[in-house]
Write a protein that binds this ligand. Structure first.
Ligand code: C2E
Ligand code: MG
Ligand code: MG
Ligand code: MG
Length: 281
């Protein structure tokens, strides 16, 4: 996405690879109506246990299908949704929808299944956030232990003391807290030991070049070792090759997610794939 200096026009590519240019205001007005018009849906990307190769859960990822713009990537509209506060409503919808869907899959006999939901900084810092989480859990009847909330380092480090309190309250509810895109933010190791987290998700930029880049191997190895020491689960995101999986197994990484395993899937396809074991041996 690029914003040119002159006007307030935003340019981005939709999946059909049409260049879309419009004013920020136009896009904002589309975005405001999107929820009511049912233009959002969720995709689910499998998360696997590297020991067994089994799917144990998913990450819910939002998609926006606009009649004129086509499929708009979250990378294009989430930042605008954050800046305008529209993320508040969108985030609430994602949380509730993901919990309901996961509970449905559990009821179909997959009682072990968990779901991870991305939470934006704006949403997390709102005073009503904890209540929203409780509401989503109550409405869906999902057991909190099967919900993980993914926060980025910058989200946590905004208002650090307040954030820690909210994270602790989430954990007290039984919800899991995960650091997303770990390694790309600014959290220092001294913070890390005080953060109430259950999972570290290694950013895919470190996973991409694994095997060829010895520095990346060193970093990934260090994060996994640290995760073991802190007694948190470590997830590698963006796994695209068999070599990367093999190396991650060697390094005793707990979980993995990525195109090599599965791309994000519509709910119906995810459900069909639940019985599958990915051959990682
Ligand atoms: P994220 O939370 O780090 O999600 C992972 C992103 O990496 C997803 O992109 C996923 O499709 C992509 N991915 C997964 N495996 C691979 C792989 O092997 N290779 C590559 N190149 N990419 C892979 P997506 O769905 O486009 O989402 C982008 C970002 O948008 C997310 O990054 C997250 O920050 C944000 N996002 C998505 N859904 C939501 C949502 O419901 N709420 C909020 N607040 N943010 C969301
Ligand atoms: Mg995420
Ligand atoms: Mg991530
Ligand atoms: Mg990422």
């Amino acid at each position: 996405r690029s914003k040119d200096q002159g006007g307030n026009r935003i340019t981005f590519f939709s999946t059909e690879m049409n260049e879309q240019a419009m004013t920020r205001l136009e896009l904002e007005s589309y975005l405001r109506k999107a929820l009511k018009k049912n233009e959002f849906y969720l995709m689910f990307q499998p998360l696997i246990d590297l020991e067994t190769g089994k799917i144990f859960g998913s990450e819910a990822l939002i998609r926006w299908n606009h009649p004129k713009l086509g499929l708009v990537s979250p990378a294009d509209f989430i930042p605008l949704a954050e800046e305008t506060g529209i993320i508040q409503e969108i985030g609430r919808w994602v949380l509730k929808t993901a919990c309901i869907q996961n509970k449905k899959w559990q009821s179909l006999g997959n009682d072990y299944l968990s779901v991870a939901v991305n939470v934006s900084a704006y949403q997390f810092q709102q005073p009503g956030f904890l209540k929203e989480v409780k509401q989503a859990l109550a409405e869906s009847k999902l057991d909190p232990q099967y919900l993980t909330l993914e926060l980025t380092e910058s989200t946590m480090l905004t208002n650090i003391d307040y954030s820690i309190r909210v994270m602790r309250s989430l954990q007290n509810l039984g919800v899991n807290v995960s650091i997303d895109d770990f390694g790309t933010g600014y959290s220092s190791l001294s913070y890390l030991k005080d953060l109430p987290i259950n999972t570290l998700k290694i950013d895919r930029s470190f996973i991409n070049n694994l095997r060829v880049d010895t520095y990346d191997i060193a970093i990934v190895k260090a994060i996994i070792t640290m995760g073991h020491g802190l007694e948190v689960k470590v997830v590698a995101e963006g796994v695209e090759t068999k070599e990367q999986i093999e190396l991650l197994k060697e390094l005793n990484c707990h979980y993995a997610q990525g195109y090599y395993i599965h791309k994000p899937l519509p709910a119906t396809d995810f459900e069909k794939g639940l019985e599958q074991t990915v051959n990682i041996h």
